[in-house]
Design a protein around this ligand. Structure first.
Ligand code: ZN
Length: 215
């Protein structure tokens, strides 16, 4: 407890020191942030990209997302009008669903000191690329894990009655069947592993395609 207190007080001193520094450093840090440019035409042709947006926000949500990508930032009422929504309220449902996954973002502006804000929406296509990339990477990880488990499931089988033995059981019985004395032959779940490997190869190919969308 005493140590923690000591650490904290050092931190506090450090904080105070950094606070007294001129604000210039912050501005430089913001400038360094690089904007990611995506080949959006290719992205919107990817079936998995379209499916993700439709699952998230419906066909109408995909339409909103595509429109914002094509037109750039747009004021909410104008966006609703262009996409033939009856009210701005009606489009918000779709915008919020997209916003929940960071696929769109907004900027609010108070016009002429009025009490309400005007919302300007824009699309973040790079986020969609990274989401799908993450999905592929997760599946590759899971498949690799499953392959490891399958490898551990090596077994032996009797050449007479086909009874299965795990490695320990086979060892205990000197690689002979308990029922009929048949020879136990080592079996590998080769086909399962092959299938899983080809799935991984496929996903890696997809990942490469995605990486090429980033300019
Ligand atoms: Zn047997």
């Amino acid at each position: 407890m005493a140590m923690k207190k000591g650490k904290n007080s050092v931190k506090n001193i450090k904080k105070k020191v950094s606070k007294s520094k001129p604000k210039k450093t912050k501005k430089i840090a913001v400038k360094k942030e690089k904007k990611i440019v995506i080949d959006t035409k290719k992205l919107l042709r990817l079936e998995e990209a379209r499916k993700y947006v439709i699952d998230l926000a419906g066909e109408k949500g995909l339409e909103v997302f595509e429109f914002l990508i094509a037109k750039g930032e747009m004021e909410e009422n104008l966006l609703a009008k262009k996409l033939k929504f009856e009210k701005a309220n009606a489009i918000r449902k779709f915008l919020y669903k997209l916003y929940n996954k960071n696929l769109v973002s907004y900027r609010k502006v108070r016009k002429n000191n009025k009490a309400w804000y005007t919302y300007f929406w824009s699309a973040n296509p790079s986020k969609l690329v990274f989401i799908i990339q993450g999905m592929y990477e997760d599946e590759i990880k899971q498949t690799k894990k499953a392959m490891e488990l399958n490898k551990a499931e090596d077994f032996y089988v009797c050449d007479i009655c086909n009874r299965r033995y795990d490695v320990n059981e086979a060892l205990q019985n000197d690689f002979r069947c308990k029922n009929d004395g048949g020879v136990l032959t080592h079996m590998e779940p080769g086909k399962i592993l092959e299938d899983k490997q080809s799935r991984i190869d496929f996903l890696n190919k997809k990942l490469n395609e995605l990486k090429q969308l980033v300019k």
